[in-house]
Each structure stands twice: as structure tokens, then as C-alpha cells.
Design a binder for this molecule. Structure first.
Ligand SMILES: [Zn+2]
Ligand SMILES: [Zn+2]
Length: 357
């Protein structure tokens, strides 16, 4: 049984406002009656899935949230337009919330902290009343751009237009309105639903399943399957280690489709200055070199503390004594880790000074 987490009143799901989100999940069942119109609806589904994965990963995430490369104003608008057609809310809303996630990853302030359970980090967080507004202070670089602001406000327009286009393509191919409806359900809506959950897994599963290369302060993982489903976002531990990089698969065997496409775009001048992870970053905070994995340590510690908090004590004093012991131990460990980090950094800096120039 999943643990239920305490939710503040404004963290409860806003059922009325999120009703369309739930209803869309029921749509594919309607295809049982309508049929799919034509087999090519399945091709449209896959194409629209991966095309919009690119706009979300390459646009919403790597450009608007992290500025990991540059492009001109028209191209920037087109990337935002493509991303908005995925019905993942406005580009400024998305980017600002994502910046917040990196600022506070896995801490109590994290908007979708995996420590609050799978459902919270997967989708409950954005269905809650408290997370509907754009955090304007986190997006000062784009908030005054008129076309992006327009797009952010009219977030339903691009997706609706795309759905209508798919519907008429379905009508043209199948020759019936029922066929058109089935074609649109599979080609557009099923693709949109799968893309939603593909994106959400980066926040939920990519902080739970996979391997950790770098000792980041969060619980992010590297996961090939998620990378294949999300156009390269599964290299999430790499990404939390160095978010400025446009490339998230740091090595040739870490497949990163979005990066390959952006690299091709840069060859023909559509985008420029794709940022790479520098050599010193690739060799920094490596767990296999014995670097203290603070992110996992904190996560385990909190789990242990939570488990202990359910223990029945005979007296209140006993409970208090244990709590005090835990908190002082934790403070001491944090202190030791911090000072050893400082010492290590100091030694590295000194050895750098000693290098013959
Ligand atoms: Zn990110
Ligand atoms: Zn993350």
C-alpha cells in the first residue's frame, strides 16, 4: 500500500480545473466504437509522439529552462509553438517550474520531489491548485517577450489546431466522420497521452530507477529506457550534475536523439553554440572514485527517520531522546561531509597552483 503524504489544502487536486486532463485519458476507449479510420493513424501517433518529444525536450527543457544553446527569435518561437502543441501548459509556466525543480531538487521546496511519493512527482504536483500560476520571477529572461507571452497565455491554441488537422487528414483518408474521429483519437490524442506520461517519468521514475554516476545532491538516475522514450532525457543524473549542457548523453553509448537533431540543426545554422560538458565536469564528483553520494545518503536517512517515527515508545522521554540523537547525528555527519569537501576543494586548488604554468 502506498504511503499517503500530508497535503496542504492548496496541494489537493483541483478536480474541476483538471477535468479535461482526466477526460482525455478516457478518449482512446472511444476508438473501440469508432475504429481507427485507417492503419496510418498509428504512424501519425508515433510521428507526433517523437516530433513533440523533440519540441519538449529540445525546446521547453534544454532551451527555455536551461538556455543550453542559442537560436534566433523566429526559431525560438517555432520551438515554443511545437512544444505548446503537446498540451503540457505554457512554455513560460513549464520552464519556470522546471528551474524551480533544479534549484531545490529533492528538498522540501522541490515542486515535484520524488520523496513525496510516485504519484506526486509524476503528475499530482501540477494538478494541484498551488502550481497553476507561472513563477514569473524565475523566468526574467523570457517574460517580456511578447510572442512567447501570447503563446503562454493561449496555451490551448496550437494543440487544438493540430488535433483539427489530424481529424481532417483522417476524414480525407477514411472518407467518413466516424473514421476521422477514430483517426484523431489514435493519431493525436493517444500520442498526446503517451507523451504526457513519457515526460512525467523524467520527474518520477528517473529519480528512482537507474544508475548514478555522479554524486549529485538529489536522487537523479541515468536510465536508457527513459532516454529512448523521451529523446535523451533519461540521462537525468548527468543532467542534474551539469544542467548547462545541451548534450545529456555524455558518452557515445548514451543515446540522446534530441542532441543529435540539434547538432544537425546547428550544422545548417538553425541553432548555435550547443554547450558541451567540459572535461573537468566529466571527472568531477564521480561515485566510483569514492565521492560521498550525499543525495542518496539524505534520501536513505529520511526514509530511516520516517520508519523510526512510526515506532511506538513507552514514554514521551524515550521518543524525544531518540529524536535528539537522530538530529544531532545528522548535524554531525553533515558537518563532517562539508568540512571534508572544503578540504578536498582546497587541496585541488592548491595542486592547481603548484602546476608548472
Ligand atoms: Zn532540467
Ligand atoms: Zn530531476
Amino acid at each position: 500500500m502506498a504511503r499517503t503524504f500530508d497535503l496542504a489544502p492548496d496541494e489537493k487536486i483541483d478536480w474541476l480545473r483538471t477535468l479535461p486532463f482526466w477526460l482525455v485519458h478516457l478518449l482512446p476507449f472511444a476508438a473501440i466504437y469508432t475504429g481507427v479510420g485507417h492503419w496510418s493513424a498509428w504512424v501519425v501517433m508515433v510521428v507526433l509522439y517523437y516530433a513533440r518529444v523533440f519540441f519538449i525536450t529540445g525546446g521547453y527543457h534544454r532551451y527555455f529552462s536551461h538556455r543550453s544553446y542559442q537560436m534566433g527569435r523566429v526559431m525560438q518561437f517555432l520551438m515554443a509553438l511545437g512544444g505548446t502543441s503537446a498540451f503540457q501548459r505554457g512554455v513560460l509556466w513549464w520552464a519556470a517550474h522546471h528551474r524551480h525543480h533544479h534549484k531545490y531538487s529533492d528538498q522540501p521546496e522541490d515542486v515535484h520531489s520524488p520523496k513525496r511519493g510516485f504519484m506526486w512527482s509524476h503528475m499530482q504536483w501540477f494538478l494541484a491548485k498551488t502550481h497553476f500560476d507561472v513563477q514569473w520571477d524565475l523566468i526574467p529572461d523570457f517574460r517580456d517577450n511578447p510572442e512567447l507571452k501570447w503563446l503562454n497565455k493561449h496555451e490551448f491554441v496550437p494543440g487544438t489546431l493540430l488535433a483539427v488537422i489530424v481529424f481532417f487528414v483522417g476524414y480525407f483518408i477514411s472518407g467518413t466522420w466516424i473514421g476521422a474521429a477514430g483517426y484523431c483519437i489514435i493519431g493525436f490524442w493517444l500520442s498526446t497521452i503517451l507523451l504526457w506520461h513519457g515526460t512525467f517519468t523524467v520527474n518520477s521514475l528517473a529519480h528512482v530507477f537507474g544508475r548514478r554516476r555522479f554524486a549529485t545532491r538529489d536522487t537523479s538516475r541515468n536510465n536508457l529506457l527513459i532516454a529512448l522514450l523521451t529523446g535523451g532525457e533519461g540521462w537525468h543524473n548527468n543532467h542534474h550534475h551539469y544542467q548547462a549542457s545541451c548534450r545529456q548523453g555524455f558518452y557515445w553509448y548514451e543515446i540522446d536523439m534530441t542532441y543529435y537533431i540539434l547538432a544537425a540543426f546547428s550544422k545548417v545554422g538553425l541553432v548555435r553554440n550547443l554547450r558541451q560538458p567540459p572535461e573537468r565536469i566529466l571527472n568531477k564528483h564521480l561515485i566510483k572514485q569514492g565521492h560521498a553520494d550525499l543525495g542518496m545518503f539524505h534520501a536513505q536517512w529520511e526514509r530511516a527517520a520516517k520508519a523510526l517515527s512510526t515506532v511506538q515508545f513507552k514514554t514521551a522521554e524515550q521518543k524525544k531522546a531518540l529524536e535528539e540523537l537522530m538530529s544531532s547525528t545528522r548535524t554531525r555527519i553533515d558537518e563532517i561531509v562539508r568540512t571534508s569537501h572544503e578540504k578536498a576543494e582546497e587541496l585541488i586548488a592548491r595542486s592547481g597552483d603548484a602546476d608548472p604554468a
